[in-house]
Write a protein that binds this ligand. Structure first.
Ligand code: NAI
Length: 221
């Protein structure tokens, strides 16, 4: 599988979670197989894009049969690495950290939130959906003992670089970064930035462009 993974472009990988979500819904609806055309209609992407994307993995589809939904779902899970458990911690147990901790569906994807950390003494000791909030003093020990691979950073941007260094030194390989700062990490560590405000700005641009177009059309008529 390693050789396959190396050839897959980042663009295809970035689309896999969406395929995975749709295939999961199909399975819930009891659908066992689906053609690229049907999947294309549901997902609103072209059938040729679907065929191209899924052919990257040796072609899960069969002519005249379509795709075996469960098989494809399982294979995509393997490719994304979500067919196994990943231990996660959340650093910063404020509004955002607690919202993430309260979202139980991450566990269905194999992401198990092992612990939360904060520096606010009023939060330390509280329990959110069964997850205890701890002080950051025992952060490194906790990471090692719980084989934590992923750390979500929901702390102020001024604190994020130092905390990122600490978790990386303790063995964390993936940082899910919500703090508004670009982190410098070693080559064997990956960062996924999640910035809702950037997404909102992109949406704003599209809404505004649409309005400008409409106004332009009205102006010219
Ligand atoms: P919040 O103030 O409710 O929570 C932040 C928590 O981090 C507090 O409980 C604080 O005690 C803790 N903290 C501060 N320094 C720490 C350290 N060194 N170690 C451990 N914990 C520490 O703020 P909120 O709303 O939860 O936002 C958290 C961060 O996420 C902020 O930086 C905010 O700008 C950012 N944010 C990012 C979003 C995104 O889409 N990327 C969306 C919303 C917030």
């Amino acid at each position: 599988m390693e050789t396959v993974e190396k050839q897959i472009s980042k663009a295809v990988i970035s689309r896999l979670p969406r395929y995975y979500r749709y295939l999961g819904e199909l399975m819930e609806d009891g659908v066992e197989r689906i053609s690229s055309n049907e999947l294309s209609q549901r997902m609103r992407v072209t059938a040729s894009q679907i065929r191209q994307d899924l052919n990257n993995f040796g072609g899960f589809g069969q002519q005249g049969y379509g795709y075996n939904v469960k098989y494809l779902y399982t294979e995509i899970a393997k490719i994304l690495g979500i067919d196994r458990q990943h231990n996660v911690i959340i650093i910063g147990a404020g509004n955002l950290g607690q919202a993430i901790a309260n979202y139980s569906s991450f566990e269905k994807r194999g992401f198990v939130i092992k612990g939360m950390f904060d520096i606010n003494p009023r939060l330390i000791g509280l329990v959110v959906r069964g997850i205890e909030i701890r002080g950051v003093d025992d952060l490194e020990t906790f990471i090692v003992e719980n084989e934590v691979q992923i750390a979500a950073l929901t702390i102020p941007k001024t604190k994020a670089p130092e905390i990122a260094d600490r978790v990386i030194r303790a063995g964390v390989k993936g940082i899910w970064n919500f703090a508004h700062v670009d982190l410098n990490v070693p080559d064997d560590v990956v960062v996924e930035n999640v910035h809702l405000s950037e997404s909102l700005m992109r949406l704003c641009y599209r809404v505004c462009s649409m309005q400008d177009d409409e106004n332009g059309e009205k102006g010219t008529s």
